[in-house]
Design a protein around this ligand. Structure first.
Ligand code: PEP
Ligand code: MG
Length: 312
């Protein structure tokens, strides 16, 4: 990270040999969006729309949603913005969606699963996103959280297109979806890997349990091997594969992701300059070599060490 910071971020995400890897931001509010623009983010890879709903005792009206979304989207005129539909569940309960008490909220009705029971809530959200996108000048895409199967991905994409939105994608954060990446990419326009949840489900380790942080380390080779599968599917189908979990903000890991076929990295605004600078330090072929070394490692520590050696 220190070496990366030494080089200036010029606002264009690409490797040293000019292969594009978009450096974009995770945002949850208008203030976040403005900070991301100031940091030089090339767009938004994850707009968490939950903020608009949390604490609301009733579902916000379409116009209320539209104006909240517009505040986030508008600063990115001419740039890509990926809006994620509501990611709620028993762990993030909403007063107007009686989801009941679940013994295992992380394995319960959360994310897109809520929309299977309440498609009307999704439809109103898509209507508000389409209205916010219409006069924003941004290239707005919509993606769903917590998708497990290709049928779910296709169900979502059909609703997004019916709402008049051009681009539909899904998050890959459930291992079953990672194992079906090629089929899922066939049904949508792009995918984005949520490494926070994907690690949690791959390692059966609660992402909020500090005692299990070593299992949730994104350098775990088992996690990297799944990401490699998704990257390969993206290259074969020539469709974008993003990473929008915390892992994308690690400048050393960013190059590994690029080497695995990831085409955009989305992170907190503060991490944008260091990741952008790290990508510019090596050609894609070097990152591919680094990725091979990480995949072959037995532990996270050895994966880090192997990548440092390749890129030294
Ligand atoms: C993820 O799971 O990696 C992700 C980006 O989504 P969230 O952190 O909002 O669950
Ligand atoms: Mg998630």
């Amino acid at each position: 990270a220190e070496r990366a910071a030494a080089k200036e971020w010029n606002g264009v995400g690409e490797t040293a040999d000019g292969k594009p890897v978009k450096v974009i931001a995770n945002v949850g509010s208008g203030a976040d969006a403005r900070a991301a623009v100031a940091a030089g983010a090339q767009g938004v890879g994850l707009f968490r729309t939950e903020f608009c709903y949390l604490g609301a005792s009733e579902e916000p009206a379409v116009e209320t949603q539209r104006s909240a979304y517009h505040e986030v989207i508008a600063p990115f005129a001419g740039k890509p913005v990926i809006v994620r539909t509501l990611d709620a569940g028993a762990d993030k309960p909403l007063a107007f969606l009686d989801m009941g008490v679940e013994p295992n909220p992380a394995l319960g009705v959360r994310g897109l699963r809520v929309a299977f029971d309440r498609p009307d809530v999704l439809e109103r959200q898509l209507e508000a996103i389409a209205a916010a996108a219409a006069d924003s000048g941004a290239e707005v895409s919509v993606m769903a959280p917590m998708v497990a199967t290709v049928d779910e991905a296709a169900w979502f994409a059909a609703r997004v297109r019916a709402a008049g939105l051009a681009r539909a994608g899904v998050m890959i954060e459930i291992p079953a979806a990672a194992l079906s990446a090629a089929e899922i990419l066939g049904a949508v326009d792009f995918v984005s890997i949520g490494t926070n949840d994907l690690a949690q489900y791959v390692f059966a380790a609660d992402r909020q349990a500090g005692a299990l942080a070593e299992l949730n380390d994104p350098w775990q080779p088992a996690l990297l091997r799944l990401i490699a599968m998704i990257g390969r599917a993206g290259r074969e189908l020539d469709k974008p594969v993003g990473v929008c979990g915390e892992a994308a903000s690690d400048p050393l890991l960013a190059g590994v992701f690029a080497g695995l076929g990831v085409t955009s990295l989305s992170m907190a605004a503060a991490a944008v300059p260091a990741v952008g600078a790290a990508l510019a330090e090596h050609p894609l072929a070097a990152f591919e070599q680094a990725a091979e070394a990480a995949l072959a490692a037995a532990t996270p520590a050895r994966a880090r060490e192997a990548v440092r050696t390749v890129l030294a």
